[in-house]
Write a protein that binds this ligand. Structure first.
Ligand SMILES: [Zn+2]
Length: 161
């Protein structure tokens, strides 16, 4: 697939998740945390504070393909990021979303809930309209800055800098 980079270059990658977790593509704001088996970054496609993608480094699709070391790393990292979202951004609830029939590879979306999302409902069907609303109506400079600030604060919290 073709991926347009923020520097205007268009590159071809076989798998976007592989490109991101291996460092071929640097996500805006960088990795918020990285371990031996996983890589976490802000989903810059949607300007929502603390919307994090946690992706495996290995190109796998099914949850049951995780090996023992990855399983342990995954749950530790997922909960660590969740705690940072609570501590730094005061996020009370998070929706977790992961589909195995992705065109990329294993990644979990951590979608924080904010009050403005209530009008879209609370079920799984609310997630897509929320993301689209953010992309269409929240891409202003002020909100984009807040997203990057939140990203920096999360990175600091998670890496003890
Ligand atoms: Zn991949």
């Amino acid at each position: 697939m073709g991926v347009l980079l923020s520097n205007g270059k268009n590159i071809e990658v076989d798998c976007l998740s592989c490109a991101l977790t291996s460092g071929v593509i640097e996500p805006e704001g960088g990795a918020i945390i990285e371990t031996e088996h996983f890589h976490a970054h802000q989903d810059v496609a949607y300007p929502i504070k603390g919307l994090i993608i946690l992706a495996s480094k290995r190109h796998i699709k099914g949850f049951d393909e995780l090996n023992e070391a990855e399983k342990i790393d995954y749950i530790h990292l997922l909960t660590k990021i969740r705690q940072a979202q609570r501590t730094v951004l005061n996020i009370k609830h998070v929706y977790y979303f992961y589909n195995e029939d992705t065109s990329h590879h294993f990644h979990t979306w951590m979608v924080p809930r904010y009050d403005w999302m209530d009008e879209f409902g609370r079920s799984v069907e609310s997630v897509r309209p929320i993301l689209l609303h953010a992309r269409k109506h929240m891409n202003d400079e002020k909100n984009s800055k807040e997203v990057l600030h939140a990203l920096a604060a999360l990175t600091k919290e998670l890496n003890g800098k």
